[in-house]
Every structure is written in C-alpha cells, then in structure tokens.
Design a protein around this ligand. Structure first.
Ligand code: NAD
Length: 252
C-alpha cells in the first residue's frame, strides 16, 4: 500500500499534461496531495485530471502559457486561489529542439530559454511567499544537459545549466528559511520529448552517443518516484541538491 506522504498538501506542477509532469501529478495525488496542474495543452491536462479522478484523487488545472512572466504568476495565483495553500512546486514544463548551432533560429533560442529557465525563475518568485508560510519546497526538472556539454542542443544545455545554478542560488538565499529547493537531472526519459525529435542534417552521431548512456531510457514514473522522494519529508536534509537520475551518464 502506498504511504500518504502528501496528505493535506497542495502541489503546483507545471507541464502536468504530459510525460514526467503527468507522472508526478499521478504519483503525488496517489500519496494524498491535492494537485494543481498547469500547461498549454488543455486536452492533456484534462486527461491527467481524469486519470487522477479515476483513482480517487484530485487535480484542478488551468491553461497557463509559461513563456511570459504573467503566465507564471497566474499559475501560482490560480493554484493558491483554488486550493488555498502551496506546499510543493514542481517546475517540470520544458521544450527541446536540436540544431546545428550555426543554423539555430533566434525564435527557438528564445522559446527554450523562456520555458526552461525564465519560467522556472518566475514561478519560483511568485511561489516563494506561499512556500515560506508552509515550509514547503521546490523541485526543478533540470537535465544532465545542464551538467555536461551535449552537441546540437546549445540552447537546451544553456537553459538547463541555468536551472541548476538558479536552484543553487535560491537554496543559498533561502537557506535560513524552512524552504527547500532541489533539482533532478535525468538523462533520457521515455516521453513525447524523445519521440518527435527532428535531428539536424549531417549530425555526427558519435558526438551524441556519450549522453545516450548504457542502460536505455528511464520511465516517467521512475523520475516521478525520485521527485516524490525529494518533495517529501523523507528528504528533509536535502537542500540545494542536483539529484542525478541518469543511470550513471555523468558518473564517468
Ligand atoms: N524526456 C527526457 O529525456 C528528459 C530528460 C531530462 C530532462 N527532461 C526535462 O523534464 C521535463 C519534462 O519533460 P518531458 O520529457 O515530460 O516532456 P513532455 O514534452 O512530455 O512534457 C513537457 C510539457 O511541457 C509543456 N509545455 C511546453 N511549453 C509550455 C509553455 N509555454 N507553458 C506551459 N507548458 C508548456 C508541454 O505542453 C508538455 O506537456 C522538461 O523540463 C525536460 O526538459 C526530460
């Protein structure tokens, strides 16, 4: 039987329509959390909410576009207005595009940095006053791409490196409060992000191989289990950690 580590707690999750965000929503709800999901994909949000409802849990949701600060602030305000408090914030929404760096369009750079990095900062900024009241915590979805250079994904690497340093900076700034801030750095995870990849022409696969690892992809549910641990009281001493979940890709 699943323990209820999140009974009476409220979790705001970005990217809850799909992949890791959906799995985290299901996992936290199964452990007693009331979840507020945000995404741009309304059908995906409705599907996650229905799956949680079928299991006897609860997820309220709102379509929020996190490319702008206003969407990030709205996400936090709607969550608190509807569910009354905030205990856990999961910044999970993200995008990736592969390019030869020389051909990378400005719009793709701006999109990736906006969703993967700036939105994480603005959601944290809006959420922290509420988390200070509950001694809550933040879990950001970084990536091994923030810890090692990966060819053809310069914008993604830069954004995830930014998330890692943002996590550490907030951990230090709030070190005297009861709030915890951590990040997960997965390698490949079996989600739609890895299904619809458009690889650039003339790609050198030898450069890509090192970050594919030796043990295949993690499942979204496996990453959700790591998330649930970090967001729970079981991880009370864990603060400012970049928790790899990468089958050893960054161990070498
Ligand atoms: N899949 C992997 O291999 C992998 C590896 C390491 C880290 N990650 C990170 O995990 C997180 C989740 O990725 P995933 O694999 O579940 O991908 P996914 O594509 O299944 O989910 C990403 C979600 O983010 C949402 N989103 C995108 N732009 C948005 C916006 N402007 N506003 C609101 N929501 C938006 C999408 O609609 C989608 O539901 C991302 O931050 C990703 O970078 C993924």
């Amino acid at each position: 039987m699943m323990t209820e580590r999140f009974a009476g707690k409220v979790a705001l999750l970005t990217g809850a329509a799909s992949g890791i965000g959906r799995s985290v929503a299901l996992r936290l709800a199964s452990e007693g959390a009331s979840v507020f999901g945000v995404d741009v994909d309304e059908a995906g949000l409705a599907s996650t909410a229905a799956a949680i409802g079928e299991r006897g849990g609860r997820m309220a949701w709102a379509r929020c576009d996190l490319r702008r600060k206003a969407g990030c602030v709205e996400a936090v305000e709607r969550a608190v207005a509807e569910l009354g408090r905030l205990d856990v914030v999961g910044n999970v929404a993200g995008v990736n595009r592969f390019h030869q760096f020389a051909d990378m369009p400005e719009d793709d750079w701006n999109l990736i940095v906006a969703v993967n990095l700036s939105a994480v900062a603005f959601v944290c900024q809006a959420a922290l006053p509420h988390l200070l009241q509950t001694s809550g915590n933040i879990v950001n979805l970084a990536s091994v791409a923030g810890l090692m250079g990966q060819a053809y994904t310069a914008a993604y690497c830069a954004s995830k490196g930014g998330v890692i340093q943002l996590t550490r900076a907030l951990a230090m700034e709030y070190v005297k409060s009861g709030v915890r801030v951590n990040a997960i750095a997965p390698a490949g995870v079996d989600t739609s992000m890895n299904v619809a990849i458009a690889f650039p022409e003339n790609m050198d696969w030898k450069l890509v191989k090192p970050y594919m690892g030796h043990r295949g992809l993690a499942s979204a549910d496996e990453i959700a289990a790591v998330f649930a641990f970090l967001a729970s009281e079981d991880a009370r001493p864990v603060h400012g950690a970049i928790w790899t979940a990468d089958f050893g890709v960054t161990a070498g």
